[in-house]
Design a protein around this ligand. Structure first.
Ligand SMILES: Cc1cc2nc3c(=O)[nH]c(=O)nc-3n(C[C@H](O)[C@H](O)[C@H](O)COP(=O)(O)OP(=O)(O)OC[C@H]3O[C@@H](n4cnc5c(N)ncnc54)[C@H](O)[C@@H]3O)c2cc1C
Length: 446
């Protein structure tokens, strides 16, 4: 009986594998038809840009996606790359792979330096790219509030390179601490300061402390792990300020239980590579400051200048068109779209929903139909603090602890791009959960 079931399962797997191979071969045979249609150029293959591109599949438009990287990155899991939980390729996918099989959409890897509005063209590292319609979806970048030492010496977490650099750094500090005879210098090597109590800072601080206390403690048996110190520093009065007060308190409690030293009302003022200087006069000896305290819109230079808000986001109207430029749309972190007198937050669901709306509006604009107004549907907010601990707010529902953590896992797994990545991440998470391990403890630079 069991053997029969096994044969049936194997047969099913083989059939679906053959089906998949045939579909892939068929996709590759499609020939793009790219003439006579209006040219839509999308800057950025992030959450927003990709939604526009996919939403224009089969439209009467010649679509070109440009990005300075050849991959799409799932930023919400970058902190797991930085803390040796996931491989870079598990949270990213080549854009060409994602767009393969959509005949009217192409990709070019290049960096956009300027938008020449008068001539309707982008100036790029590869030369000019003309457009009839333009979608700006270039995301955001770290904001250091005019603190040059922090900008120069702190670690960021905005892309894959930064995540790998941080992973190298965390592990290197432990290697250096092993041979450091001086106790104070050893303690500084094993002190990690995370600036910013938003979701990125909270998730990162929780993950670093678990990496140390659950995994590295066994690798570095000669080191006293009590020397290791993870400090989360937040300028405001609490962490996760956009969540309900009960969830903020639950997060601080969970972080402290896991061993994170949480300090609120305490901005980081400076960092010289040896010490972090806090607003209350405290000096923390540390070699590693991680900056998760501020983001601002990616600067998109244009001639003449596009209308910007004070944080550099491009002002868009109800249809997501840039004020004064009906042929240009801006979405996601880069766009200032006001709802109830406030700009929407810089989160993935905003970029995704705006991307879907822009694809629809472009189809309408090309067909000469009236455009639709964008309305944001907030589906909730969540953050994980580590193993079995998370907070989750969906409408009136508030979850903490294990149920919130399971919900966080499911939501992030489902949102990952490609079945392959989902499978690999699921395997890694299961392994790490069962064996208290982090498989990617590699220092990968000379
Ligand atoms: C560490 C981290 C964790 C996060 N966690 C969450 C979370 O848990 N939940 C959540 O909802 N949101 C989270 N966010 C925010 C979320 O990732 C962003 O809101 C979302 O990525 C914005 O989408 P976007 O399309 O506007 O920009 P992005 O996804 O950032 O894409 C922008 C793209 O533009 C490209 N680009 C930029 N400049 C140029 C240029 N000059 N030329 C060519 N290409 C360019 C970039 O390479 C990038 O691919 C997190 C962000 C970070 C950094």
């Amino acid at each position: 009986m069991l053997r029969d079931l096994g044969m049936i399962a194997l047969g099913g797997l083989a059939a679906s594998g053959i089906g998949w191979i045939l579909r892939e071969r068929h996709r590759d045979r499609k020939v793009p038809i790219l003439s006579g249609w209006p040219r839509v150029v999308i800057v950025g293959a992030g959450f927003g840009g990709l939604r526009v591109a996919r939403g224009l599949a089969g439209a009467d438009a010649d679509v070109l996606v440009v990005d300075r990287h050849n991959y799409h990155c799932f930023q919400p899991l970058l902190y797991q790359v930085a803390t040796a939980g996931l491989e870079p390729e598990e949270v990213a996918q080549p854009v060409r792979r994602i767009l393969r099989g959509i005949p009217n959409v192409r990709f070019r890897m290049t960096t956009v330096s300027k938008v020449d509005l008068a001539h309707r063209q982008l100036l790029t590292s590869d030369g000019p790219i003309p457009y009839d319609y333009l979608v700006l979806a270039a995301g955001s970048t770290s904001h250091y509030f005019g603190m040059p030492h922090i900008a120069e010496k702190a670690f960021g977490l905005k892309d894959l390179n930064q995540a790998v650099a941080l992973r190298n750094r965390l592990l290197e500090c432990f290697e250096m601490a092993v041979s450091e005879k001086d106790a104070a210098r050893r303690a500084a090597l094993l002190t990690f300061v995370v600036a910013g109590g938003g979701p990125t800072g909270v998730e990162l601080a929780g993950a670093i402390v678990e990496l140390i206390r659950l995994v590295l403690v066994h690798d570095y048996a000669g080191l006293d792990v009590k020397d290791a110190h993870v400090v989360l520093v937040e300028a405001g009065p609490t962490v996760l300020p956009t969540l309900a007060v009960s969830l903020q308190k639950a997060s601080i409690r969970a972080l402290r239980q896991k061993g994170v030293d949480v300090r609120v009302n305490c901005p980081v003022k400076d960092f010289d590579g040896e010490n972090a200087y806090l607003g209350d006069g405290t000096i923390i000896p540390t070699r590693t400051l991680i900056w998760a305290a501020g983001v601002r819109a990616t600067s998109v230079d244009s001639e003449p200048a596009l209308p910007l808000d004070r944080s550099g986001r491009i002002k868009v109207g109800p249809t997501l068109q840039v004020e004064g430029y009906p042929e240009i749309y801006a979405i996601g972190d880069l766009a200032h779209f006001e709802e109830n007198g406030k700009p929407l937050p810089m989160v993935a669901p905003v970029a995704i929903q705006q991307g879907e709306m822009v694809a629809e509006n472009l189809r309408r604009q090309i067909a000469g139909l009236p455009l639709q107004k964008f309305v944001y549907h907030d589906k909730g907010t969540m953050a994980t603090i580590g193993r079995n601990a998370a907070v989750c707010q969906i409408g009136p529902l508030r979850l903490t602890g294990f149920p919130a953590w399971v919900m966080w896992l499911v939501v992030h797994l489902v949102q990952l791009i490609s079945f392959r990545n989902r499978l690999l991440v699921l395997i890694n998470w299961t392994w790490d959960y069962l064996f208290f391990d982090r498989a990617v403890r590699l220092i990968t630079r000379d």
